[in-house]
Design a protein around this ligand. Sequence first.
Ligand code: ADE
Length: 232
Amino acid sequence: MKFYILTLFPEMIEGVLNTSILGRAKNAGCISFEAINIRDYTLDKHKKVDDYPYGGGAGMVMQAQPIYDAYQAVCEKAGHHVKCIYLTPQGQLFTQPAAKSLALEEDICLLCGHYEGIDERVLEEIVDEYYSIGDYVLTGGELPSLVMIDAISRMVPGVLTNSESGEDESLENNLLEYPQYSRPETWNGKQVPTILLSGNHKKVDEWRHEKSIERTKERRPDLYAKFLENEC
Ligand code: ADE
């Protein structure tokens, strides 16, 4: 799967995507990414990419032309229409099922805004889907893009090893993960739950499932309500 990221700050993207599991997946050829500097496409002789908003108001607006041309270059390179996603608090909430579904695409293009936003006309022209990563406002679309790329990538076959694999995708059935423990058996006077030392896999699975339910009820009553709905 290939990710194209349209941004004014490609260095913010590259550092993260070359690290850890995503860096490994890239080197193994499971995913690839290309951060494209929108500024490279401006026709303005001073390399300007933003201007004052018509109607007045604070801040600057990213102009249509450089974004449109950068996106056209992406489609030309891919040889087909590439799904364009704009990151904005006004979008639909990005969730685990959305990550799973987007992982089926051959490629996607993530458009990162900055300043007070982007000229609406280019959004109307190129954006297929609007996504938000939560109800708060960030300074730009780069961090949300990275969040989406991370969550989507781990759903792409081959990105996670068997032991890292998302088989236990708790959020898919509206449950949070159970608590985990590692060595030593006693730390700071606290004992690892004895059931986990028993070697009885059936009992361990039952205990973990119970803990998942308990934890979801306590920490995320909204998810717990959905879990109960699905159980019926
Ligand atoms: N851009 C700024 N804030 C954002 C958010 N919460 N989600 C997606 N894009 C954003």
